[in-house]
Design a binder for this molecule. Structure first.
Ligand code: KG4
Ligand code: ZN
Length: 344
């Protein structure tokens, strides 16, 4: 029987984080907010052959990698399983078969060691990544969240509560990067390849930026995506050559500028002095430098996770695990993986 009521809460617990929601099998160990280790085995190269993530391939790759990645993380951290105070694992959102690998592994470990199992919402993990960057970071703060499935500005009021100030009406920013990558025949993973291509481009083309006037906090990416597609198709029909680097450059600006502008506006309006960011799109170099400059100009402190902690990783799952641990929010052993979970 799983005895969640008997767990003693420690001040700086050692938590193993596990992530397997997509194509990254990742494990990390934290002690309080100190990151001791962080390991990833990725099946991205295998997935690239198919132009995207094939769920069955991802599940098999997780099954092969999970034991090794956990052993590596424990070894690097200089701990053994007996030192662990809790296991935090992504239970959704993501690919069901992929999630089940990490979740089953975490359940077995927590049950055997009689330590708490903490079920983490993947997106809340992205939000928690900032806590590892600055160990003194405390709510309130404003977060720009931009991943493959979400684009939002959130106001974190306390460690366990936040409100959504703005979100996308249609596509997520990462989804737009991925779709434009496909239009430009770039390989998987799309976002980073659009960024690489854009590095060689210049401002010869302009695409529209959606909903940027009048204090609107919504985002929209479907119009921008259509503009890129139309531009490429029109050129093709006329037999004209496009400059893909200029297309990538113009798209990147139109995708990123509204994110930066609205995040700073939100922070100033809310009277909050600190801004954080999370999710794969935050790994984008143009976004990082624009957001840094805009926050500095507005007198806001920016807590920006390193690129590797913006894309999927287990350190952020352990970080969110710590928040749930401190709130005694432990999972039952019968918890199941979920393909979709609302952010709140
Ligand atoms: O957070 P993440 O790794 O997975 C999700 O939880 O969705 O985000 C993946 C998204 C993808 O859409 C990917 O194209 C985008 O983040 N991405 C980027 C960059 N790196 C990843 N977008 C723009 N520039 C990048 N460097
Ligand atoms: Zn993610």
């Amino acid at each position: 029987m799983y005895q969640k009521s008997t767990f003693k809460i420690k001040k700086d617990p050692i938590i193993l984080g596990l992530e397997s929601s997509c194509d990254e099998t990742a494990a990390a160990v934290i002690c309080g907010r100190r990151l001791l280790s962080d390991e990833i085995i990725s099946s991205a190269t295998e997935q690239a052959k198919y132009g995207g993530v094939v769920p069955e391939i991802a599940s098999r790759a997780h099954t092969e990698a999970v034991d090794e990645v956990v052993c590596r993380a424990l070894k690097k951290a200089g701990v053994t399983v007996k030192d662990l105070d809790a296991v935090a694992v992504t239970y959704g959102a993501g690919l069901l078969g992929a999630l089940l690998v990490g979740l089953s592994f975490a359940k077995a470990l927590a049950y055997t060691l009689n330590i708490p199992l903490i079920a983490v919402n993947h997106i809340r993990g992205h939000l928690a990544a900032a806590y590892l960057v600055d160990v003194n970071l405390k709510p309130p703060f404003i977060t720009l969240l931009a991943s493959g499935g979400h684009t939002a500005i959130l106001h974190t009021e306390s460690y366990t509560s936040f409100s959504m100030l703005g979100s996308t009406c249609d596509d997520a920013a990462g989804e737009a990067f991925d779709k434009v990558a496909r239009v430009l025949s770039l390989p998987y993973p799309g976002g980073v390849n659009v960024e690489r291509l854009a590095a060689g481009g210049s401002g010869s083309i302009k695409f529209p930026q959606a909903l940027v006037s009048g204090g609107n906090l919504k985002f929209s990416y479907s119009g921008l995506k259509t503009s890129v597609i139309n531009y490429c198709h029109n050129a093709e029909q006329k037999g004209e050559k496009i400059n893909p680097a200029d297309v990538a450059y113009a798209f990147q600006r139109s995708a990123v500028d509204p994110l930066v502008k609205k995040t700073v506006e939100c922070a100033l309006k809310a009277g909050v002095k600190t801004v954080t960011a999370g999710g794969g799109v935050i790994a984008n170099g143009y976004l990082r430098s624009s957001l840094s400059e805009a926050c500095a100009a507005a007198g806001l402190k920016l807590v920006l996770p390193e690129k590797r902690y913006c894309t999927d990783n287990a350190a952020m799952i352990a970080a969110e695990g710590l928040i749930q641990y401190n709130a005694c929010n432990f999972a039952d052993m019968n918890i199941n993986a979920q393909a979709q979970i609302p952010l709140k």
